[in-house]
Design a binder for this molecule. Structure first.
Ligand SMILES: Nc1ncnc2c1ncn2[C@@H]1O[C@H](COP(=O)(O)OP(=O)(O)O)[C@@H](O)[C@H]1O
Ligand SMILES: Cc1ncc(COP(=O)(O)O)c(N)n1
Length: 574
């Protein structure tokens, strides 16, 4: 019983972070409650209905899975995206792109195939839709067995298939639905007939958390409206929003005469013009599928919607840039290399998985502050992640080693289940003992070079630096990032020299590794820090602005939104 309620709580924790589709949680909670009050054996031995072809019917199957998972002590779950889309034999778009994109972002991707296409870099040579009943059967197979977080749709070749999908989603609610209304391929070939427009408008959009049409698709959905400018894209986003989805992203990859790749995001209240650099390449086949899959993967990982969209956009831009010279096929539209990150490091055996974006909102704990507010380190870390912290560092200069390891293990569990790295301040032994993601060392702690030789190539190492020379040394010693500060005066660290915004800027300009700013940073000045606008500055680290506050979650949310606003307005590369 306790385990069941625990798992329910952690799901609700993620739900509140995503702020989408609460019905999923209601139904999961009810399923858990039903299991908790029923005899487990009566559920495990539910007789399969003949209509379901010998399988256990959906809802009972789901509750059975919960019982079994709880009975097994609960395994490690993964963020899970189900893509419902067409197969592209050339593997640049469709199901194949979706699986690669989700994999690259750390999400598991199951697939329901709606059509098989014969396709390559020249165009689409043939389309073979899968019968509706078999699409329904695939949906039931996946949704009745696996805890899918997010469903992402691609090519839905007929209204019948759209209706089948809607019925499945009503039977098996998920946390979020991402709809990419695929109609025409980059090569100009039709992938879904005009009759699907009514299916999207009348059935699927009302269930969607986000819809991601390109310019042609947005125009078709709006009866042929002409879309030539960003302002047209905003009007289109609003009109499509009126059709029912919670959010709309109109993609401007094909905006005529633009030197930027500009998309418009509309959440029903605010417009966000998301600008990216236009990559000059023939390899743009599958960008739309990739973008929607990345949004789905980020949502499954717990990101809020706007952040998911921004991360997806950055991923597509990086993939395009990395793949711009790749030669696959002889036609005009080549594919992307979704696994560019893996392939960039493929030559470095055991490459570590540090992502500089994780430095965005860096929470550094303080044992004294937690004592003062009467909360445990675990509760403090949990609240900071709930509020949006992207990396956590445990800093405790007083704890007994045994207590420190115990606390680190408990925090690691929370961090891992939320995809947030956990670093240990100074104590390389504690990091090794609990297999944390890495350490952060100061100038008088163990030298980074020694820490690297002890921890090996895969762990993350950060070093505190105040000068360009220290930053150069940290890089030479194998550091992954540096923390630069104190930027502003602070009471957290005695006798800490303040470098100011100018000192921070000088270090950022000199550093060959990503930088996080630290020292006296709070909601009042975080924006001014990011505004120094040096590409190596990836985020801010905060101590008292989170942990010396009554409500850590609220403060983290406030800081995160300030950072996101500043970075999107100033078009910073954080
Ligand atoms: N050449 C490019 N350089 C940079 N970003 C691009 C380029 N082409 C498309 N994008 C981006 O890729 C994403 C998919 O857009 P788009 O190509 O318009 O969709 P689709 O593949 O559905 O036609 C968008 O975020 C868009 O801005
Ligand atoms: C099976 C399938 N699904 C989607 C697309 C759209 O991708 P793109 O617009 O890049 O051609 C495609 N070409 N094939």
């Amino acid at each position: 019983m306790l385990e069941l309620l625990d798992s329910c709580d952690s799901r609700r924790f993620r739900a509140s972070k995503m702020q989408i589709n609460p019905s999923f949680y209601t139904s999961s909670f009810m399923a858990v409650a039903a299991v908790a009050t029923a005899s487990p054996s009566s559920l495990i031995y539910t007789r399969p209905s003949s209509r379901s072809g010998g399988r256990i019917p959906g809802s009972a199957r789901r509750t059975t899975a919960l019982v079994m998972a709880a009975g097994n002590g609960g395994g490690r779950t993964m963020p899970h995206v189900l893509t419902v889309a067409g197969s592209d034999s050339g593997a640049g778009a469709g199901i194949q792109a979706d699986i690669k994109a989700c994999g690259a972002l750390g999400a598991y991707c199951s697939s329901v195939i709606t059509a098989v296409t014969a396709q390559n870099t020249v165009g689409v040579q043939g389309v073979h839709p899968v019968p509706e009943a078999f699409v329904a059967e695939q949906l039931r197979s996946v949704l009745s067995d696996m805890a899918v977080d997010v469903v992402k749709t691609g090519m839905l070749p007929s209204v019948g298939i759209i209706k089948v999908l809607c019925r499945s989603l009503q039977e098996f609610p998920v946390k979020a639905l991402v709809v990419d209304p695929v109609m025409v391929s980059t090569s100009g070939d039709m992938l879904a007939g005009p009759s699907t427009l009514s299916g999207y408008r009348d059935e699927l959009f009302a269930m969607a958390d986000i819809v991601t049409p390109n310019l042609k698709e947005a125009s078709a959905l709006l009866g042929g409206m002409s879309l030539r400018t960003v302002s047209d894209m905003c009007s289109a986003a609003k009109s499509i929003h009126n059709l029912g989805p919670r959010n709309v992203l109109v993609k401007g990859g094909h905006l005529p005469g633009s030197s930027e790749a500009t998309d418009v995001f509309f959440d029903g209240e605010n417009y966000h013009v998301i600008r990216g650099s236009h990559v000059n390449t023939r390899n743009t086949h599958g960008t739309g599928c990739t973008l929607a899959s990345c949004i789905a993967a980020e949502l499954a990982k717990g990101s809020p919607m706007l952040q998911a969209v921004q991360r997806a956009k950055t991923f597509v831009e990086s993939a395009l840039d990395y793949s711009k010279d790749i030669l696959i096929g002889n036609g005009p539209q080549g594919p992307l290399d979704h696994l560019f990150d893996l392939n960039t490091h493929a030559h470095t055996a055991g490459a570590r998985s540090f992502d500089a974006k994780d430095l965005f909102l860096y929470a550094v704990t303080d044992s004294g502050m937690n004592r003062k507010w009467g909360r445990s380190i675990v509760d403090a870390v949990k609240a900071s992640i709930e509020g949006g912290a992207t990396i956590v560092q445990l800093r405790d200069k007083e704890a007994e080693t045994r207590d420190f390891i115990e606390a680190a293990n408990a925090c690691l569990e929370i961090c891992r289940s939320n995809g947030v790295p956990l670093l240990i301040n100074d104590r390389v032994d504690v990091a090794l003992a609990c297999d944390a993601d890495g350490v952060h060392v100061g100038q008088s702690d163990m030298p980074a070079r020694v820490a690297r030789s002890i921890l090996g190539p895969q762990k993350i190492i950060g070093v505190s630096c105040k000068t360009a020379a220290q930053a150069a040394q940290a890089w030479a010693d194998g550091a992954d990032y540096i923390g630069c500060g104190g930027v502003f005066p602070t009471t957290t660290k005695a006798n800490n020299l303040t470098v100011g915004l100018d000192g921070l800027k000088a270090v950022c300009l000199a550093s060959k590794v990503p930088v996080v700013a630290i020292g006296g940073i709070s909601a009042a000045n975080a924006g001014s820090v990011l505004e120094i606008s040096v590409p190596s500055l990836k985020g801010v680290a905060v101590v008292s602005a989170l942990f010396d506050r009554e409500c850590i979650g609220t403060e983290a949310r406030r800081l995160k939104s300030i950072l996101m606003d500043t970075s999107s307005h100033a078009k910073l590369s954080v």
